[in-house]
Design a protein around this ligand. Structure first.
Ligand SMILES: [Zn+2]
Ligand SMILES: [Zn+2]
Length: 295
């Protein structure tokens, strides 16, 4: 999602207010409407072609779909509601202790000192703790306090679109009616074999079914493209904009706790699982230089 901000970077820089007024409502609505649309299309159109709607497998499919959608919507909501700005710190932590003072920097926009790894967002008009990037699909900055929700939101968007594609292809494989309306089969039968078994009466269903696949291909590609951006963040404890900077890399296990909280990867279960972060986002332990690693 963040590459969209890169594409629109100039517009966001020059006219932040207009950028926010246009992109936030549009992108958040697109994500929410898209999620509900694919959920309904999956459960009421695609899956009934695979499983008997009265059987156990259909009920299981409902449980899986509800789990994924509730994680998408829940993480989106909590990500938006979780304040990751420097202003979210308790008052006494908004100023550095004497021994930390040299690590803090001054923000000309906020007119205050901010902790290491915090930097200013022109769209939010504040400094965010361990700022990663500004996300227009959650209408907020992603940083120390809400990265966990942003990560699982992306994960479940990708998982949901992958499962939609898998169930679509499964329906093509097991159901003749569905298969005959799949565009590749239709082309092979009508153009190559000249076996015209698609009647005019089926055109609406034919168009709907293939339009659904086209939409999911966009969602699938888009959500999967985002996931590789998260790998260096976990492996190096870096951010979207600091790329391969290893300065704060404390090893995968500790990086995961710093990003997702004490319960680590178990936070996949739900955004409502309590997983306190190891610190408040003001004190960042640096990795030992390679030469001193054994000292
Ligand atoms: Zn600032
Ligand atoms: Zn922001």
């Amino acid at each position: 999602m963040c590459f969209v901000v890169n594409v629109c970077k100039r517009f966001a820089k020059e006219q932040p207010k207009t950028f926010v007024a246009i992109t936030h409502p549009y992108c958040v609505s697109l994500l929410l409407v898209g999620t509900v649309f694919f959920f309904l299309a999956e459960m009421f159109y695609v899956v009934p072609f695979i499983f008997d709607t009265g059987g156990g497998m259909y009920k299981l499919a409902w449980l899986v779909a509800i789990f994924i959608v509730s994680n998408i919507l829940g993480n989106e909501l909590v990500c938006y509601l979780t304040d990751t700005s420097v202003a979210s710190l308790p008052e006494e932590r908004r100023t550095p202790k004497p021994e930390e003072e040299h690590l803090w920097s001054y923000c000309d926009e906020c007119k205050m000192k901010v902790p290491p790894r915090a930097w200013h967002c022109k769209l939010c008009k504040c400094c965010a703790l361990r700022r990663d990037h500004h996300c227009i699909f959650t209408a907020t900055c992603i940083g120390h306090n809400n990265y966990r929700y942003f990560f699982w939101l992306q994960f479940y968007l990708a998982l949901g679109s992958v499962l939609f594609l898998v169930s679509y292809l499964l329906a093509v494989a097991v159901n003749k009616e569905f298969r005959n309306r799949y565009v590749l089969v239709w082309i092979i039968k009508n153009v190559w074999k000249r076996d015209y078994d698609i009647h005019v009466a089926n055109w609406n269903e034919f168009l709907w079914q293939n339009w659904l696949l086209m939409l999911n291909t966009y969602a699938f590609t888009f959500s999967l493209l985002m996931l590789p951006y998260q790998l260096p963040i976990f492996y190096l404890n870096t951010t979207f904009y600091t790329g391969s900077d290893c300065r704060y890399n404390l090893g995968l296990r500790r990086n995961i706790k710093l990003l997702l909280g004490q319960r680590g990867l178990w936070t996949f279960i739900s955004p409502w699982i309590n997983s306190p972060l190891p610190h408040d986002g003001t004190r960042w332990e640096e990795a030992k230089p390679l030469g001193n690693i054994n000292s």
